[in-house]
Write a protein that binds this ligand. Structure first.
Ligand code: AMP
Length: 415
C-alpha cells in the first residue's frame, strides 16, 4: 500500500509511526508533515485545506489510501475531493464532518438517534442566551457553534463571562453542565459497521491539578483502570452505532474516525461532543497499544469492508503521553527555539518522541514551531511504569521555556 497522510501534528506523527511499522505499507508520505514525521515518511508541502492540491498529490504519488488527520480539511471537503478521484480515503465527507463542524448539527443528530447528551439551546441573540443561561443555572456551558480548535467552549460560574462569550460568537449552543469524569472513546466506521478502539483520557488544562487555561491537550493515558466494566460495549450500543445509523439514514453517511467525548455522570453516560477525526493527544496512547497493523484497518473503513476485519488486538499494558509545550502556550507561544535531547529521550527504547509543532533547522537541528511542540509517549506494564518512562524521557529533553504538566495519569496510576 502507498499511503498519504494529511496533517502535521503529533496525531499525524503517531499515525505515520504506526503505518511505518506496518509491513503492508510499502510507501509512506505525509503532507505537510513536520520534522519528526520526516524521519518516517516522505513529506510534501501542500495546502491541506485545498482538496484539488491534496488530490493532485495523491494522484502523482499513486496513493492507494489517503488518511486525513485534522478536522479543518475534513470540514473543508478534502476527503470528498479525494474520494471523487476514485482514491480510497479515511475520513468523512464535509457534510458528515459537520458532526464536529457544527455543535448544533451534532445536537440534532443526537436527538434523532436518541443519544444521551446534555440538554441544550441554540442561541443567536443576547436575549436568547440570557434566557438559556438562566434556564440551566450555574455552572454555565457556552459553546461556539463552529470549529474553534478546542477553544470555543467556556465553562464558568460567572454569568457575565458566559454572556460575553455568547456575544463574541455568531451562534452558540448553551447547555446543562455535566458532572463526572471524562472519557474519550474512538471508533472506526465505514458508515455501517462500527469498531470501537480502547478508551483514553486527556488533560485539557495547561497546569497541574487541572488549573489554568484550556489547551489543545497536555497529555493522555490509556487504559482507564477506574472505568466501569462494559463501558465500551455500552457506548457502542447507546452512542456510536445509533449515531452512525442516524447519519446514514439522513444521507450523510459517516466513515472514518468517530470520536465520542463522554462524561460519566451520576445519571449515566452523556456525550459532551463528537469529533470527526482522531483526537490529539489520545491517539498517541491508543495507537501505542494497538497491535493490529493499522493500514488494513483504515483501508477497511475507506472501502466499506469493516465487517470482514478480524477483531482488533491490543497490548495488555498501558501508555502515557506527556505534551511538551512552548513558553507562553496557549496565549502567546514562543517559537524558533532549538530542541535538544531528542535522541537521548528515546535511547533506552522505553519511550518515543512524537513531534507536534517542530521544523527542521540548519545542521540537523530541530526547532520549535508551534504551541504544542512534542508529545513524549511511553508504554509500560501498567500506568505507573508507563508514566515513569514518559517522564524520564521528558527530563532528557531541553527546550528553552518549555512547559509540561507533571501529573498526567498520576491519579489513575496511584488509585
Ligand atoms: P468540547 O470542545 O465540547 O469538548 O468542550 C471542551 C471541554 O469543555 C470538555 O472537554 C469539557 O471539559 C468541557 N465541557 C464541554 N461541555 C460541557 C458540559 N456540558 N458540562 C461540563 N463540561 C463541559
Amino acid at each position: 500500500m502507498k499511503v498519504l497522510v494529511i496533517g502535521g501534528g503529533a496525531r499525524e506523527h503517531a499515525l505515520c509511526r504506526s503505518l511505518s511499522q506496518d509491513p503492508a505499507v510499502t510507501e509512506l508520505h505525509c503532507a505537510p508533515g513536520n520534522a519528526g514525521i520526516a524521519q518516517v515518511a516522505t513529506v510534501h508541502p501542500v495546502d491541506q485545506l485545498d482538496g484539488a492540491q491534496v488530490t493532485g498529490l495523491a494522484e502523482r504519488l499513486g496513493a492507494t489510501l489517503v488518511v486525513v488527520g485534522p478536522e479543518a480539511p475534513l470540514v473543508a471537503g478534502v476527503a470528498d475531493a479525494v474520494r471523487a478521484a476514485g482514491i480510497p480515503v479515511f475520513g468523512p465527507s464535509g457534510a458528515a464532518a459537520q458532526l464536529e463542524g457544527s455543535k448544533a448539527f451534532a445536537k440534532d443528530v443526537m436527538a434523532g438517534a436518541g443519544v444521551p447528551t446534555a440538554r441544550s439551546y441554540v442561541c443567536t441573540t443576547a436575549a436568547e442566551a440570557a434566557e438559556a443561561l438562566d434556564a440551566f443555572g450555574a455552572p454555565y456551558v457556552v459553546k461556539d457553534d463552529g470549529l474553534a480548535a478546542g477553544k470555543g467552549v467556556v465553562v464558568t460560574s460567572d454569568r457575565e463571562a458566559a454572556l460575553a462569550h455568547a456575544a463574541s460568537c455568531e451562534r452558540v449552543v448553551i447547555e446543562e453542565y455535566l458532572d463526572g469524569p471524562e472519557v474519550s472513546l474512538f471508533a472506526i466506521t465505514d458508515g455501517t459497521t462500527v469498531v470501537p478502539l480502547q478508551p483514553a483520557q486527556d488533560f485539557k488544562r495547561a497546569l497541574d491539578g487541572d488549573e489554568g487555561p484550556n489547551t489543545g491537550g497536555m497529555g493522555a493515558y490509556s487504559p482507564l483502570p477506574w472505568a466501569p466494566d462494559g463501558l465500551v460495549e455500552e457506548v457502542l450500543e447507546t452512542v456510536l452505532q445509533p449515531t452512525v445509523d442516524e447519519l446514514r439514514r439522513r444521507g450523510t453517511e459517516f466513515s472514518g474516525l468517530l470520536y465520542a467525548g463522554l462524561a460519566l455522570t451520576s445519571r449515566g453516560t452523556r456525550v459532551i461532543e463528537f469529533n470527526a477525526r482522531f483526537g490529539d493527544p489520545e491517539t498517541q496512547v491508543v495507537l501505542a497499544r494497538l497491535r493490529t497493523p493499522l493500514a488494513a484497518v483504515l483501508l477497511a473503513s475507506a472501502t466499506g469492508t469493516l465487517d470482514q476485519l478480524e477483531p482488533l488486538r491490543w497490548d495488555e499494558g498501558a501508555a502515557v503521553t506527556v505534551v511538551v509545550a512552548s513558553e507562553g502556550y496557549p496565549a502567546a507561544p514562543r517559537t524558533g527555539d532549538p530542541i535538544e535531547g531528542l535522541t537521548e529521550a528515546e535511547a533506552d527504547g522505553t519511550a518515543f518522541v512524537l513531534h507536534a509543532g517542530t521544523r527542521a533547522g540548519e545542521d540537523g537541528q530541530v526547532l520549535s514551531a508551534g504551541g504544542r511542540v512534542l508529545s513524549v509517549t511511553a508504554t509500560g506494564a501498567d500506568l505507573a511504569e508507563a508514566r515513569g518512562h514518559a517522564y524520564a524521557a521528558v527530563d532528557r529533553i531541553s527546550l528553552k521555556g518549555g512547559q509540561h504538566r507533571t501529573d498526567i495519569a498520576l491519579k489513575a496510576a496511584t488509585a
